[in-house]
Design a protein around this ligand. Sequence first.
Ligand code: BG6
Length: 498
Amino acid sequence: MSGLVMIIFGASGDLTKRKLMPALYTLYREERLPDGFSMLGGGRTDYTDESYRTYIMSELKKFVTSKEQTDEQLKGFCSRLHYLTMNPATAEEYSLLNARLQELTGEREPDNLLFYLATPPSLYGVIPLHLKAVRLNRSRTRIVVEKPFGYDLQSARKLNAVYASVFSEHQIYRIDHFLGKETAQNILAFRFANGIFEPLWNRNYIDYVEITAVENLGIEGRGGYYEGAGALRDMVQNHLIQLVALTAMEPPVTFNADKFRNEVVKVYESLTPLTETDFEEHIVRGQYTASNTKAGYREERQVSSDSRTETYIAMKIGINNWRWSGVPFYIRTGKQMPTKVTEIVVHFRKTPYQMFRCEGGHCPRANTLILRLQPNEGIVLKFGMKLPGSGFELKQVTMDFSYDKLGELPTGDAYARLIEDCMHGDPTLFTRSDAVEASWRFFDPVLRYWEKHPHTPLYGYPAGTWGPLESEKMMYEHDAEWTNPCKNLTNTDEYCEL
Ligand code: BG6
């Protein structure tokens, strides 16, 4: 029997060189690839096996650290790569693909295949049907689809129906790379392997939760894609809502794919449906404008000069269940922010009454717990202490744990972990069809509202700032505020000078 062949559609694209190849290379170096593994790239750019290997070799040198490169390893890895010039949109070209796979595997009916769709989303619905037409959907075959899975609820349903007509659900891997991050998985360990937080992890003790995933980069030349997506489709409907699920979910009875994913779906199904008031008052959209050194969104390549696509979004969402009823979850994401950070801040309730006065400008504050996913991965608990000396001046101090104390974080990032899981047939960290639809069901009304009200405010914010002020105002009614994080995890100041 032949080894696994991974077929990447979009093999000459950005995702392949930035993420997939470095991930595969890591798996190769660490001897985590299955025996006899090979990769066949498919794409429209004309390459031979040889010229594709040369191209990937030069890209790997840019995207993996020099510590991880030796000529011998790079060559060894690249010798496993093959390439077929093809247009994945064209049905006729799949017989070429079939023939090439027969040649590579030496089998008339190749089956041990892993297809990876690193193409524009417009091809997600077409490729499975073309694969089926040449019977490349046999029982051991798996298919990985990038996000966004669907453009809205209706298109996600359609896409699910297409996939279900070609593959069984256990063969379909909808990837959301946030779930491949060690620190995202660590939220589960933190919550479910430690008894002390569980009694506090509910509406009785938690006042509100903030989830932030912001970046200091713009759209990195992806204007064509981003114009049709915006922050809601690019980050919120998948990555951010996954983080909400990890924070809010009930413990699965056992940690297996179905039990874990059942709990995720339950969170999505408990999201309080958004109303007109929410669309108007609890969702804030922004778009970065030019600043001293940075171009504005509308000046980016392939972006319309009067684009109303949001590059920032902040919203308040609720979860209608026994654990979370009445606890707002504030989520936000944005491009061209002052820093790159992904973190969850849990704000505990204040003490029932306050016997200490604000002295020396230090007011007693409620406790917060920060789960920092990146960078400076770790966990911080903040609490008030008395400053030594006369009077009763309080200061907020931190107790912090830095994730790197447990050892080096694995190289190759989330993609290596997820691709490896898929090779082993473990779908736990991939999104199931019902979860995709449940998430779209919640967000679809937002898209409909924006469509109907094209003049819903879109606030400009200068590139390199923390986004529109309106997103602060949105939180006043709950007496809440955003924690604008510092780069340094141990910095105790709530708001940092950047
Ligand atoms: C991707 C989005 O899914 O996630 C990008 O398409 C975004 O726009 C990226 O930059 C962020 O991921 P990470 O792992 O760098 O935080």
